[in-house]
Design a protein around this ligand. Structure first.
Ligand SMILES: C[S@@+](CC[C@H](N)C(=O)[O-])C[C@H]1O[C@@H](n2cnc3c(N)ncnc32)[C@H](O)[C@@H]1O
Length: 200
């Protein structure tokens, strides 16, 4: 990127966007951060009502929220992330890009009041608990299969309490535990990207 680089240039390719991050973080992009084209599709699906509050569960360095906020300017994107160093990087890039409708919360999603949010997105946030440490983002937090079970159960129970009409977009996440109250309305890229609406 050069001194003539515009804001639009950053949103034009994954390579350009990832250059906003420190090298050790951009190197994790293929495995851990949402591609810009998926963020755009999810933003289109989730931003049905102006002013809606949309939560990314496990926001990492904010790649989903920042891209979604850029494309869906009349909605508010929030990301909750358990690793404070990733939240700091997300906040820094948010300021650099001036994306005012994206913000980040440091904490565990289990601490959040889900009634503050209208629609939800996630990219397989608990997967690190099931894989070898070489595939972890870092070693700053504990991982275990029992944590996976705990978080997955907690999240799907919470999603089941949301009102009819709630939208959910998922990327690279299993369909098997999505509550039956959510209807699959579209699926793309060999089912890696899926859109759901709660109907009961
Ligand atoms: C695959 S990354 C996705 C990041 C971001 N949503 C994106 O797509 O660019 C999953 C993130 O979820 C976070 N995470 C996992 N469990 C969490 C929890 N219980 N509470 C908050 N964040 C969590 C991880 O630290 C990691 O940064």
């Amino acid at each position: 990127m050069t001194s003539n680089t515009t804001k639009e240039d950053f949103f034009s390719t994954n390579k350009n966007f990832d250059q906003l991050y420190p090298l050790p973080i951009s190197r994790l992009s293929n495995l851990h951060w949402t591609p810009i084209e998926i963020a755009r599709k999810a933003a289109d699906f989730l931003s049905v009502t102006p002013g809606a509050n949309i939560l990314d569960i496990g926001a990492g360095v904010g790649k989903f929220c920042l891209n979604a906020g850029y494309y869906a300017k009349d909605c508010n994107f929030f990301g909750v992330e358990q690793r404070s160093n990733l939240v700091a990087i997300a906040n820094q890039v948010q300021r650099q890009l001036g994306i005012r409708n994206a913000s980040f919360i440091h904490g565990n999603f289990t601490q959040l009041d889900f009634s503050a949010f209208d629609h939800f997105y996630f990219y397989n946030p608990f997967y690190e608990n099931l894989v070898d440490e070489s595939l972890h983002i870092d070693d700053s937090i504990a991982h275990s299969e029992s944590l996976y079970e705990y978080y997955a159960g907690y999240l799907y129970t919470l999603l089941d309490t949301r009102p009819p009409g709630t939208r959910l977009a998922t990327y690279q996440s299993s369909h098997t535990r999505i509550p039956a109250s959510y209807q699959l309305v579209s699926s793309d890229i060999d089912t890696l990207f899926s859109c759901w609406i709660k109907n009961t």
